[in-house]
Design a protein around this ligand. Structure first.
Ligand SMILES: [Zn+2]
Length: 103
């Protein structure tokens, strides 16, 4: 086998593994984009003051590990973007459960 053929085979292998990687990531990227769009829609529906609170909550949530969020929720606190850190009143919160179930 010539050196050129060998080099081409290696390039082809690398391209294939890159392609596999891209295909593996695609659904993940798509779900992030959907989530992003959903959050944007939710944010637009809120008054300015609420919007700022939700953004601050989102930043806080990003810094907390999923296990800890679950524990926080089980201890009776919201972990959703809308009411993060506030006590749960009157049973389950749909935003919280939706958020926890996704991962
Ligand atoms: Zn909640």
């Amino acid at each position: 086998m010539s050196q050129l053929t060998q080099a081409l085979i290696e390039v082809e292998e690398r391209l294939n593994s890159l392609l596999e990687e891209v295909q593996r990531l695609r659904p993940y990227v798509q779900s992030l984009e959907e989530e992003n769009a959903r959050l944007r829609r939710e944010l637009c529906a809120l008054p300015q003051q609420e919007t700022e609170r939700v953004i601050a909550n989102a930043q806080q949530i990003q810094g907390v590990a999923h296990d800890n969020l679950e524990r926080l929720y089980n201890e009776g606190f919201h972990v959703c973007h809308l009411h993060f850190g506030q006590p749960l009143e009157g049973g389950d919160c749909l935003f919280c459960t939706g958020f926890l179930m996704r991962d």
